[in-house]
Design a protein around this ligand. Structure first.
Ligand SMILES: Nc1ncnc2c1ncn2[C@@H]1O[C@H](COP(=O)(O)OP(=O)(O)OP(=O)(O)O)[C@@H](O)[C@H]1O
Ligand SMILES: [Mg+2]
Length: 250
């Protein structure tokens, strides 16, 4: 399915705290956009607004399905099919790793038969090196293991749009690249698009088609990772290339 999500003038404040102040961003089919920016700049808030978990103050989030004849038909993000991986994982402590991952497949009207669920969940757990943790509870597992369980749960429904909030934070380098490789592979396999919040600069650029830098309430840079080199402001270029701030300007 070809689709577009057009975000325009998206604004959000909490009391006097203006977090987003006119975010413009477009998400198209089968693209991976790395969302970067300092801590507290509103990356998670932006994802929550797109997912409908928080309510915006102003602006628009328009989802369009593009038909084969090129016609744009308004649809909801639910109709496109999306999932959200929370920064804090949001796993259920009373459920095993298997049950957490299986949850989106067993709840609601479209519940799959038990055997099919087991096949799908086992396959994903295997890819993420989690088979031996399948029957354990989040409280018994490491931070990195829980991160990967949350990652598996976000992918299990084969969504067309995935909002990943820091899927690799706290993972060792090997697992970090496993997660990045899986995002890349699943993008091809399911044809999904991802908004991928990450502090893993520059590693995340290896799988990103575009980089969106959020700062001071707005997307200050949007473009291909290689186009960061074209930025004339040295301190900004340095920050976007390395993730490190070496000047007082930022
Ligand atoms: N539910 C809420 N109520 C009040 N303020 C909130 C709420 N959620 C977020 N904020 C505020 O919005 C701002 C942006 O928070 P957000 O979590 O989006 O940052 P972030 O860019 O994701 O940071 P990090 O990289 O540390 O995850 C912060 O000042 C935060 O305190
Ligand atoms: Mg965040």
């Amino acid at each position: 399915m070809n689709f577009q999500i057009n975000i325009q003038g998206l604004s959000k404040r909490f009391g006097d705290n203006v977090v987003l102040d006119g975010v413009d961003l477009q998400i198209t089919s089968e693209t991976i956009t790395a969302v970067i920016g300092k801590s507290g700049t509103g990356k998670s808030v932006m994802l929550k607004l797109i997912a409908g978990i928080l309510e915006k103050n102003s602006g628009t989030i328009e989802c369009l399905k593009i038909s084969e004849s090129g016609e744009s038909i308004p649809i909801s993000i639910e109709e496109i099919g999306f999932s959200y991986m929370f920064q804090n994982n949001a796993l259920f402590d009373s459920m095993t790793a298997f049950e957490n991952v299986a949850l989106p497949l067993v709840e609601g009207n479209n519940a799959l038969p038990k055997l099919k669920v087991k096949e799908k969940v086992d396959h994903l757990l295997e890819q993420l090196d989690l088979v031996s943790s399948s029957d354990r509870y989040p409280g018994e597992l490491s931070g990195g293991m829980n991160k990967r369980i949350a990652f598996a749960r976000a992918l299990i429904t084969e969504p067309k749009v995935v909002l990943f909030d820091e899927p690799t934070t706290g993972l060792d380098p090997e697992r970090k690249f496993t997660v990045f490789d899986m995002i890349k592979k699943y993008r091809k396999q399911f044809g999904f698009s991802a908004l991928l919040v990450s502090h893993d600069i520059p590693d995340v650029y290896e799988i990103a088609d575009s980089v969106a830098w959020l700062d001071k309430g707005k997307i200050q840079f949007f473009g291909k990772p290689e186009n960061i080199d074209l930025i004339s402001e040295v301190s900004i270029k340095e920050y976007l290339k390395t993730g490190r701030i070496s000047s007082n300007h930022l």
